[in-house]
Design a protein around this ligand. Structure first.
Ligand code: NAP
Length: 501
């Protein structure tokens, strides 16, 4: 266990290329494993936000930035990717203290962020514009231009990775970006700012403004100079933000919550399914939008499969995020643990049967941290609150199903539509079911796998829009159609009028 790391960001904001103390309310970053304070910092005020926006506007409009060729912009992204890669251990240490995630997970998130910057550098370098099919007497083209200033608002559960998913394509597209990280995890984004600064990105193009959602988040959504908000967070916040955005007709992308079904058929490789289900719900301590939190097991194997699942869940190593063998680390915050525990208590009061967990682990290691045991509930109906509401913690509900038709109906009978896991050896069946379920992502015989080149996003209450993939760059660009005449002739409609003038 490394307790010697002393490289935490000092808490100053990164405002248009300058490091300085914020003038807003205080924010406290706490290490969830023991409640110790990482840093108390002054968040950004509205005035800080307005200054960052004004400087971003000037930097984005600077002809030196506007005039860069795509491959020249890409160089900044590659430099940021290099910077992240060279600092993976450091970022991982900071993020683990900021969020309580295991070092193994935070190192993987940092590596993925580097990959995201590299990928969008490559995309912008290689993306073509379209010469559209000519239908008249003009040469027709479709070109893409930067939007201006993009605001990225991110949650606490996977900083650096979710930050990169927005910042990389938005910068690659030629915009300026203002990043507002969540108040429970403000420090990781400030480390990203240090790396971006070292990569030499012109000042003003990037700011990191920790601060309250209500104050700085609201400003970013309302401000007339912000051209797009890319938001990842809860559905309630996302819905409110979309309403504000509608007032100024601003496009938003919303990556929101989930209550994702995982389906196990009797013909599945059951060990493979067990391992995938455990990973899908209990890794990241269930604090994952894509957590496979609703499990449907075919009736014919329910009585044999579920006890094995419970036994395996009890074996999971709940531990300190610095320990290499920890599988389930603490939750982000004591307040969040209290919410998770409330969900479970309410479900039990409403008739759910507790199969395992449902408590805070006992022992000195857990005394000061926001730990919660991996929990499985059965005896529930798909319409119960515990099966409809996102818990965002290590809590799985298990239900039996008879056949394909029933499990499709049960899976779709939910407000969310983010992800779905299907465990079967029968590919045509997986295909049929996957196509019938409303969900942004389907995983067949796997779960929580990601590829930056594969688009990601949700349906219904899980969001609007897609991130990642080559088209992910276009979300941060304005499309323009360009017609140029090929005839050299006056338009016949007015030719006679003009002749002889
Ligand atoms: P949250 O409470 O909605 O907060 C997300 C971000 O929005 C934070 O930076 C927050 O700032 C900010 N915010 C709050 N109120 C705002 C307002 N009025 N205007 C503008 N910004 C505002 O979500 P969270 O608790 O941090 O994250 C958990 C949620 O994120 C879960 O529902 C999870 O499913 C979802 N999520 C979705 C995805 C996906 O890709 N679909 C990925 C990860 C997480 P403060 O922290 O200062 O309040």
């Amino acid at each position: 266990m490394d307790t010697t790391f002393d490289g935490m960001p000092d808490g100053r904001l990164y405002l248009a290329g300058e490091w300085r103390e914020g003038t807003g309310a205080e924010i406290t970053s706490v290490f969830p494993a023991d409640g110790s304070v990482n840093r108390v910092l002054k968040g950004a005020s509205r005035a800080d936000g307005e200054e960052a926006i004004a400087k971003a506007k000037a930097a984005q409009a600077d002809p030196a930035w506007q005039g860069l060729k795509p491959h020249e912009r890409a160089r900044y992204l590659y430099a940021i990717a290099d910077g992240i890669e060279a600092n993976i251990d450091r970022i991982s240490q900071i993020q683990t203290r900021d969020t309580g995630k295991t070092l193994r997970e935070t190192a993987a998130l940092a590596a993925s962020a580097a990959g995201t910057f590299r990928y969008f550098g490559a995309v912008v370098e290689t993306m073509d514009e379209d010469l559209t099919v000519q239908r008249g007497t003009a040469l027709t083209m479709s070109v893409h231009e930067p939007l201006g200033i993009v605001a990225a608002i991110t949650p606490w559960n996977s900083p650096i990775a979710s930050d990169a998913q927005k910042v990389a394509p938005a910068l690659a597209a030629g915009n300026a970006v203002i990043l507002k990280p969540a108040s429970w995890s403000p420090l990781t984004a400030l480390e990203l700012a240090r790396i971006v600064d070292e990569a030499g990105l012109p000042k003003g193009l990037f700011s990191v403004l920790p601060g309250s959602g209500r104050e700085i988040g609201n400003l970013l959504v309302e401000h007339p100079d912000i051209a797009r908000v890319s938001f990842t967070g809860g559905t309630t916040t996302g819905r409110a933000l979309a309403r504000q955005a509608a007032d100024k007709l601003m496009p938003v992308s919303l990556e929101l919550g989930g209550k994702s079904p995982t389906i196990v058929f009797e013909d599945a490789d059951q060990d493979q399914a067990l391992a995938g289900i455990l990973f899908g719900i209990f890794s990241s301590s269930g604090q994952s939008c894509i957590a496979g939190s609703r499990l449907f097991v075919q009736k014919s194997i329910y009585d044999s499969f579920v006890p094995r699942l419970v036994e395996a869940t009890k074996r999971l190593k709940v531990g300190h995020p610095f320990d290499a063998d920890t599988q389930v680390a603490p939750l982000i915050h004591m307040d969040h643990r209290a919410e998770v525990a409330d969900h479970v208590a309410r479900a039990i009061a409403e008739g759910a049967e507790l199969l395992c967990g449902g408590a805070i682990p006992e022992g000195d290691l857990y005394a000061k941290g926001s730990y919660y045991l991996p929990t499985i509930l059965a005896g529930v109906k798909n319409t119960d609150r515990i099966c409809r509401e996102e818990v965002f913690g290590p809590v799985l509900v298990v239900m039996p199903f008879e056949d394909e038709a029933e499990v499709i109906a049960l899976s779709n009978d939910n407000d969310y539509g983010l992800a779905c896991g299907i465990w079967t050896r029968d590919f045509p069946k997986a295909w049929r079911i996957g196509r019938a379920i409303r969900s942004g992502t389907i995983w067949h015989n796997t779960y929580k796998q990601f590829s930056i080149s594969t688009p990601f996003g949700g349906e219904d209450d899980s969001g609007v829009g897609r991130e990642k993939g080559r088209q992910g760059l276009r979300a941060y660009m304005a499309q323009k159609s360009f017609y140029t005449d090929l005839t050299g002739q006056m338009h016949p409609w007015a030719a006679a009028t003009v002749e002889g003038l």
